[in-house]
Design a protein around this ligand. Structure first.
Ligand SMILES: [Zn+2]
Length: 291
C-alpha cells in the first residue's frame, strides 16, 4: 500500500502544515528527532534508530511538529530576533502585564497594538492592522447584543436604540456609528485572542482602549475608505479648556470616534495623535457620547 492511498485526513494538522507550517518549529522538531533517533540507535541497534527517525520525520511532515505544543512554545520562547527572521512576532510581547490602565496609550504600545514612530506619534502595528482586517472580513452580520456583552464584559446587553445598549441594567453605551461599533466588536475579538490580560480588564479600561484604537484606525471598518482625523481646542467660558479629537470616514462619512480630553492631557494627545490643537476654534463642548 502506498502512502498516498492511506486516508491521512485525521492525522494531518492543516493549521501547522502547508502554508501554515512554522519554519522555526520544524527546524527545532527535526533537531529533536535526530537527537532522539541517534540516541535510540546507539542504545539499541541502528535499524531501530532509523525506523524511529523515519517515523518522527513523517510526523513532522504530516502534523507540522513532533513534540506537542512546539508551535506555541517556539513563538513564546525563541528570541524575538530569531522569530523575526522567520517573519513571526513573539507571543510574549502581546501582553498587558506590567502596564497600568491609568495610561491606556502606554498599554497599547506595550501590548504591541500600536507603535510609536520616530516623530512621537502612535500608529497601529502591521500585525494588529492585519488581524483587525481578517476579523472584519470574517464577520457575516452586523454586531449585536452578544458582541456588546463580550467587548464590555457584561452579563447582559439590551438594545435600546440604534447602536445604543443598556449594560447590566445600569449603564447606557452608545456608539457614534455602525462603523464605530463594528470596529470595537472586531478589536475586542482580536484582543481577546491575541493579548494576554485583556480578559482581566475592567469594563472602563476596556472601553478606554477600544476608543483609543478607534482614534488610530486609518481605514473605515465598514467601507475601507480613508479616515480623516480632526481636532479642536475648546475654550468654554466657565470650564477649563479641553481638546476634542474626532475621526470621520472620507467615503461614507461615518464618525469613528469623537473624544474630548482635558487640556492637562492635551499635550500628550496632540503628540501621540499628531494633531495640532492650538487655536481655540469652538467655544461649546460637543454632545457627550459615551462608549
Ligand atoms: Zn466608511
Amino acid at each position: 500500500m502506498s502512502l498516498s492511498s492511506i486516508d491521512l485526513g485525521p492525522v494531518r494538522r492543516p493549521e501547522y502544515t502547508g502554508e501554515n507550517r512554522c519554519l522555526p518549529c520544524t527546524i527545532v522538531n527535526v533537531a529533536i528527532a535526530l537527537v532522539l533517533a541517534g540516541t535510540l540507535g546507539i542504545v539499541t541497534t541502528v535499524p531501530v534508530g532509523a525506523v524511529a527517525l523515519g517515523g518522527s520525520l513523517a510526523a513532522i511532515y504530516l502534523r507540522g511538529y513532533l513534540v506537542p505544543g512546539t508551535p506555541e512554545l517556539t513563538e513564546r520562547y525563541l528570541p524575538a530576533s530569531v522569530l523575526r527572521l522567520f517573519g513571526k512576532e513573539p507571543i510574549a510581547t502581546r501582553s498587558l502585564e506590567g502596564t497600568s490602565p491609568e495610561d491606556p496609550w502606554d498599554q497599547l504600545a506595550a501590548a504591541g497594538i500600536a507603535d510609536p514612530s520616530p516623530d512621537g506619534t502612535l500608529s497601529l502595528t502591521d500585525r494588529f492592522r492585519e488581524e483587525f482586517r481578517v476579523e472584519i472580513d470574517r464577520r457575516e452580520s452586523a454586531p449585536g447584543a452578544d458582541n456588546v456583552e463580550a467587548l464590555a464584559a457584561a452579563s447582559e446587553a439590551v438594545e435600546r436604540g440604534p447602536r445604543a445598549y443598556s449594560i447590566d441594567g445600569n449603564r447606557l453605551l452608545r456608539w457614534e456609528s455602525d462603523a464605530a461599533l463594528l470596529a470595537d466588536a472586531a478589536t475586542a475579538s482580536v484582543l481577546r485572542a491575541t493579548v494576554e490580560g485583556w480578559s482581566d480588564l475592567e469594563r472602563d479600561d476596556r472601553l478606554a482602549l477600544l476608543e483609543r484604537i478607534r482614534l488610530l484606525l486609518e481605514r473605515c471598518p465598514s467601507c475601507d475608505g480613508p479616515i480623516d482625523r480632526n481636532d479642536e481646542r475648546i475654550d468654554p467660558c466657565c470650564q477649563p479648556p479641553h481638546i476634542a479629537v474626532w475621526t470621520v470616514c472620507r467615503d461614507c462619512d461615518a464618525v469613528l470616534a469623537d473624544v474630548t480630553a482635558p487640556e492637562a492631557d492635551a499635550e500628550a494627545w496632540v503628540g501621540l495623535l499628531g494633531v495640532d490643537a492650538t487655536e481655540p476654534t469652538r467655544t461649546d463642548a460637543p454632545e457627550a457620547v459615551e462608549g
